[in-house]
Ligand binder design. Sequence first.
Ligand code: GLC
Ligand code: GLC
Length: 642
Amino acid sequence: MQATTAQLLNQPELLQQECQTLLKRFSQLLKPLAKQHWPLLQSRLSEQLPVLLRLYLSLYAERYDCYFHLEQLLKSLAKSLANRPDYLCQLDQQPQDWHKQNNQLGGACYVDLFAGDFEGLKQRIPYLKQTGINYLHLMPLFKAPEPNSDGGYAVSDYRTTMPSLGSMQQLAELMAELHQQGIRPVLDFVFNHTSDEHSWAQKAQKGDPDYRDFYFFLTEAERDRYAPSLREIFPEIRRGCFTQDPASGLWIWTTFNSFQWDLNYANPAVFNAMAEEMLFLANQGAAVLRLDALAFVWKEAGSNCENLPKAHLLIQAFNAVARIAAPALQFKSEAIVHPDEVVKYIAPTECQLSYNPLLMALLWNSLATRKTRLLTESLKRRFAIDPHCSWVNYIRCHDDIGWTFDDNVAWQLGINPEHHRHFLNQFYTGQFPGSFATGVPFQQNPVTGDCRVAGMLASLAGVEQAQLQQKPQHLEHALARIYLLNSVILSIGGLPLLYMGDELGLLNDYSFSQDPAKKDDSRWVNRVKVTETQLVQAKKPASLSGKIYQQLQQLLSCRNRLAVLGQGSTEILDSGNPHLFCYQRELAGDKLLALVNFSEQTQHLLLPATGSYTDELSGQRYQAGTIQLAPYQVLWLTPVSS
Ligand code: GLC
Ligand code: GLC
C-alpha cells in the first residue's frame, strides 16, 4: 500500500524507502544524463534525496503532478552535474569553511562602475589582491532592460550578460581566473522576480497559460485578498504591490518596481526552472549566490507575505539541489527585515552566509547618538548563529540603509522607535542640527512617514561636510569614524564586506539627479564610478583616499596576525560606559577584547581583570584598572602572558 504524504513527512523510514524506490525507478533515466558523474550523482542522491523529497512534498504534494515535476528536476540535476567543469568538481570535494578564516575579506562592486567591463575587471585583479580581497560580489550583470533595470535587479535572461560588459563566456573565464587568483566570485540569484522582458513574462503577457502560472495574474478580488497586509517597498515610485496588465486588465504582483514581476513559487515548474538557472550560474563559476529579496518569495493571503515558513522550505529545497549538483556552492541571504527574521534564514541547510543588517544599522545609530546601548542590547540577542555559518558584516552597500532594529528592545531602553527612526533619518540626511552626515532620503512613505537613507560611507561619516566647511578637526573625526566602523566589521566575527569605492573614501555622486532613468531612485547617489586615477591614490598616504585606504590596511594586517578574529566565538559585553562598545573574541583559550569609543570625547573604562594587555593595533601596553580611550579610539587588547 502506498504511503500518504503525511506518513512520508512524519516517518523517516518510510521516506527513505520511498527514495530507494524512486532511485530504482529513475536510475535508467538519470544514468545517461549524468554521464561520467553517475556514480557521484548516485551517492549524493542516496544522501540528499530524502532531504529534497521531504521539502518538495511539503511544498508541492497537493499538486497532482508533483512527482512528474520531481522527475523533471532530477533530470536537470543530472544534466547539470554532467556539465560541471572539472575545477569546480574539485572544489566540490573540499570543506566549505573558508568564510571563518581571519584573512577573508569581501568586496562588492558593479562591474561597469568599478572596472568598465569583464576585461577591465581582470585588469583590476592586482588591485583587489593588493587590498586583500578574496571574495568578490559582482553585482547584476545579466541582461536587463534599459532603462527599467533597477540597477540590474530586473533580469530578462539569466544566461546572457549585458552586452556592454562582455559575453557569458567571458564572465565564465573571468570567474575561473578569479578562482585561480584566490578570489571567490559571488553572483546574484535574483529569484523573487524577473523583468517583464524575460521570455517567460512575455509569453505570459501573450496569454500562454503555462507561463501565466509562472507569475501572479490576479483579478481585482484576488488582489484584494492579499493587498491590505502588504508592505510597500518603493512607495515613492508606485503605490501598492500590483501593476495592472493593460491587455487583460488583470493585476500582476510586483513587490518592487512595476517592471519586476514576482514569480509564483506555488507552481513547481517555477521552482524547477529557477533551479536550472541557479545551477547554470553555479557551473559558470559562482562560489556563492546572493539570494536577492529572499524574504518575499512565498505568498499567502492574509499574511504580509514576508518571511513565511514556506519561504524557508523553498530556500532549503534550493540548497538541497545545490548539495547534489554543485556542493561547493554557498548561499548568502539578503534578508533586510526584522532581526528575529533575519537569523531564521541562517543554517547550514539554508543560507550559510547572511548580510548583517542589524549590525550595519546600529553602528550608524551609535555614531549618531554616541551611545551604544541599543547596539549592545540588540547584538546580545541577535549575534549568535550556527557555528558553521557566518555573518557578512558590512557598513555600506549599493542599497539604502533601513533602520531595522527590534522595536521591543528600543522600548525596553526607553527609546520610542518611531521617533528614533525619524531622528536617524534627519541625522543622516544632514537635517539634524550638528549632524556630520551628508546622506539623501530614500523612499519616503507619504502615509507612514517611513524613510531610508542613501549615501557613500565617507559622505555619511562626515568627510564630505568637513571638506566643504574646511574644518580639519571635523575631517579627522570623520576619518576616525571610518576607521572605527571598519575595525568592528573586521573583528566582531564573520566575513567583512567592503563596498568598492568606500575603501578609498569616495564621496556621493549627485549626477544621478540629472539622469531621467535614475533621478527617482536616490540609491544612485552611492553607486559611484571608480577610476584608475582614484585607485592610484590608494598608495599616496598624503591624499585623503590614501589615508583612508592605509588605515584600513593597517587594520587588515593586524587582523591577519590574529587567528582569534577568524574562527573564534564572540561575546558581546556590557562596558559600563554608555559610549563604549565592547566585545570579546575567544579561540582555544586565546582572547581578544575589543573596546570602541563611539564619542568624540575621552572615555574611561574599568578593566576588571589583573595583569596587563597589549593593544594589537598600536602595540601599546595597558595595565588592568581604569584605562582611557581617546575620542573614537579602538583598542584590540590581548592579555600579556606572565
Ligand atoms: C535587493 C537589491 C536591490 C533591489 C531589490 C529588488 O534588495 O539589493 O537593489 O532593488 O532587491 O531586486
Ligand atoms: C530589499 C529590502 C528593502 C530594501 C530594498 C531595496 O529587499 O527588503 O528594505 O530597501 O529591497 O533597496
